[in-house]
Design a protein around this ligand. Structure first.
Ligand code: GDP
Length: 298
């Protein structure tokens, strides 16, 4: 558990602080654009996306006099526009049980996110089952059991070191038999051995499809927003080893550098289903582009 974290001021507050003392309006010139680009890059937006966002923001306004407040609003609007495209809750299809495969590197917040999601679905009246598919990490299984208890959701486990695909198969069969609405499957996050992980995930998918050819219905990639540009690499790698359908961005409470979300949206266009904003069970929120843009530029 942690103290509730206050969102740190976004990158533009720095520009504002610098500007308001001396000038209130200034010409939107190359120098100004460069400053903005630098701030966006410092927010982890990446160079390409920062340049694109700045250019779009300045379009038709280059050479005019603008206040920093106006720049802030223009940038927020442009960022919200980009993020609107990807802000989508996880789709739920009519057939049950819906299978949600959860992937991501260790430490990204997979376990926590599964617990939070389970609690949300439970509160929405759905019956949920969790499968502890990271069978090689006893600590991960224990942690997931703790979250299952918190959420009031059963956690299916298998002996340490056993085949995760076999657990996934049993879990889906059981979820079917029990008429569960949702099965969430945790997976290993050992990217060190990419080929093994790829085979492991492929096998899980293969056996799930023996029970239900439409499974998994969602493959969520959990990303730690504080890892900055690393998150981009992780998307590239995980898209090669799994059929990622959407993202959950964790630890947005711990960073003023959420710019990486804009880079992700710009580069991959994968839906962002939810954001983690703390370590507690309620700390998972829908992704709101307006709020996000306001916080980032604030
Ligand atoms: P896993 O290895 O991917 O399963 O990651 P965990 O779920 O165990 O999370 C790793 C650490 O990140 C834990 O200490 C969590 O409490 C923390 N964590 C997860 N999500 C969030 C979040 O949204 N905000 C904060 N501040 N911490 C988080």
């Amino acid at each position: 558990t942690s103290e509730p974290t206050e969102r740190r001021p976004g990158f533009l507050s720095r520009l504002l602080r610098r500007e308001t003392k001396t000038v209130t309006r200034r010409v939107l010139d190359d120098d100004m654009l460069e400053q903005i680009e630098e701030l966006l890059i410092a927010s982890d937006m990446g160079v390409d996306t920062a340049l694109r966002v700045t250019a779009n923001m300045a379009e038709g306004r280059f050479g005019s006099r603008v206040s920093t407040q106006e720049i802030k609003q223009l940038l927020a609007a442009e960022i919200a526009r980009v993020m609107d495209e990807v802000a989508r809750p996880m789709p739920l299809y009519p057939d049950t049980p819906q299978v949600v495969l959860v992937v991501g590197v260790n430490g990204s917040g997979k376990t926590t996110t599964i617990g939070k999601l389970a609690a949300q679905f439970k509160a929405a009246g759905k019956s949920v089952v969790i499968a502890a598919g990271d069978t090689f990490r006893a600590a991960a299984v224990e942690q997931l059991q703790v979250w299952g208890e918190r959420a009031g959701v059963p956690v299916l486990t298998a002996p340490e070191g056993s085949d995760p695909a076999s657990l996934a198969y049993d879990a889906l069969t059981k979820a079917h038999a029990e008429g569960a609405d949702l099965l969430m499957i945790d997976t290993a996050g050992r990217l060190q051995n990419r080929k093994d992980l790829m085979e492991e995930l492929a096998k899980i998918v293969r056996v799930l499809r023996k029970v239900d050819p439409t499974a998994p219905h969602n493959t969520l990639l959990v990303l730690d927003a504080t890892t900055g540009q690393n998150a981009l690499n992780q998307v590239e790698v995980f898209r090669q080893i799994a059929d990622v359908s959407g993202l959950v961005m964790t630890k947005l409470d711990g960073t003023a550098k959420g710019g990486v979300l804009v880079a992700l949206a710009d580069k991959f266009g994968l839906p962002i289903h939810a954001i983690g904003v703390g370590e507690q069970i309620d700390d998972l929120a829908p992704f709101d582009p307006q709020d996000f843009a306001a916080a980032l530029t604030g």
